[in-house]
Write a protein that binds this ligand. Structure first.
Ligand code: TMP
Length: 248
C-alpha cells in the first residue's frame, strides 16, 4: 500500500511547481510515483474542471460543491485508490482540505455535511500527510497575475477572501498530519524547506545512520528493499541530505 501525500494552499503558493519537482526527485530515487491533481486528472474531472472554475460560467454554490465532489469521486476511483495499490507514493495537488476551506469556510457549507459527503462519495480516503504552503495572499496573487484569468474564478475574489482562505488552511494545519511550509520565500528557498521537511517526516533515519537496515523505508514500501546498495553513504537520500547540511 502506497503513501498518500497532498499539498494545499492559497493561490500562487507555488505548491503545484514544488509537487512536480518532488515527484521527479522521488522517481530519480527509484520510487514509483503517481502525481495527480484535484479537480481534474480523469476524463470526467478534466471535463468538469473548466465548468467549475472558468468565470464565464455562473455556477450556483450548490452545483459548485457537487461538481468538486464529482471530480473527487472520479479521482479516488480512477487514480488515487489504484495508485495506492500499485505505486509507492501518490502525490496530489489539493484534496478534501480545499473543500473544507473553500466550500466550508468561504461558501459556508456545514463541516459535518462535508465530512459525511467525503465518507460517502470519496470513500473516506485521507492523506497520510499534507504539506500546507502558507503564502501571504498579496504575494500569492501577485505571482499568479501572469496566469490565464479564466482558469480560476477564485482569483477574482478580493484580498480579504484570500486572507480568510489562508487563515482557514492554517487553522486546519494545527491538527495532526500537517507540515506548514513558508511559501513567501523565493522558489529555491521554499523548495529547500519542503524537501528538508519531507525528509524529516518520511526518511528521518536518513540522517546519518551507520546501517541501511535502519532506513525508515525498510519494510514500509522502499522499492530498494531487495536491491538496496547496502551502503548508506551511496543512498540517494543520504547524499541529498548531506548535501543540504553542508550547504547551510
Ligand atoms: P488549482 O488551480 O490550485 O488546481 O485550484 C483550483 C481552484 O479550485 C482553487 O482556486 C481552489 C479551488 N478548489 C475548491 O474551491 N474546492 C475544492 O475542493 C478544490 C479541490 C479546489
Amino acid at each position: 500500500m502506497g503513501i498518500f501525500i497532498t499539498v494545499e494552499g492559497g493561490e500562487g503558493s507555488g505548491k503545484s511547481t514544488h509537487i512536480k519537482t518532488m515527484a521527479d526527485w522521488l522517481e530519480d530515487l527509484g520510487y514509483k510515483v503517481v502525481l495527480t491533481r484535484d479537480p481534474g486528472a480523469t476524463e470526467i474531472g478534466d471535463a468538469l474542471r473548466p465548468l467549475i472554475l472558468d468565470k464565464k460560467y455562473d455556477v450556483s454554490h450548490e452545483a459548485e460543491l457537487l461538481l468538486y465532489l464529482a471530480c473527487r469521486a472520479e479521482l479516488v476511483d480512477k487514480v488515487i485508490q489504484p495508485g495506492l495499490e500499485t505505486a509507492d507514493i501518490v502525490l496530489c495537488d489539493r484534496f478534501f482540505d480545499s473543500t473544507a476551506v473553500y466550500q466550508g469556510i468561504i461558501r459556508g457549507w456545514d463541516s459535518a455535511l462535508l465530512n459525511q459527503m467525503h465518507r460517502k462519495f470519496s470513500r473516506n480516503v485521507i492523506p497520510d500527510h499534507t504539506f500546507l504552503f502558507d503564502v501571504d495572499p498579496k504575494i500569492g496573487l501577485s505571482r499568479s497575475e501572469g496566469y490565464d484569468k479564466n482558469e480560476s474564478k477564485w482569483e477574482e475574489e478580493g484580498l480579504a477572501t484570500h486572507r480568510r482562505i489562508n487563515n482557514a488552511f492554517l487553522e486546519l494545519a494545527t491538527g495532526t498530519g500537517f507540515s506548514i511550509i513558508d511559501a513567501n520565500k523565493d522558489i529555491d528557498a521554499v523548495w529547500d524547506d519542503f524537501i528538508i521537511e519531507f525528509i524529516k517526516i518520511f526518511f528521518p533515519k536518513s540522517i546519518p545512520v551507520s546501517d541501511y537496515d535502519s532506513c525508515f523505508f525498510m519494510g514500509r514500501g522502499c522499492i530498494k528493499e531487495y536491491s538496496c546498495v547496502k551502503d548508506w553513504k551511496t543512498c540517494g537520500l543520504y547524499s541529498y541530505f548531506d548535501f543540504l547540511l553542508k550547504n547551510f
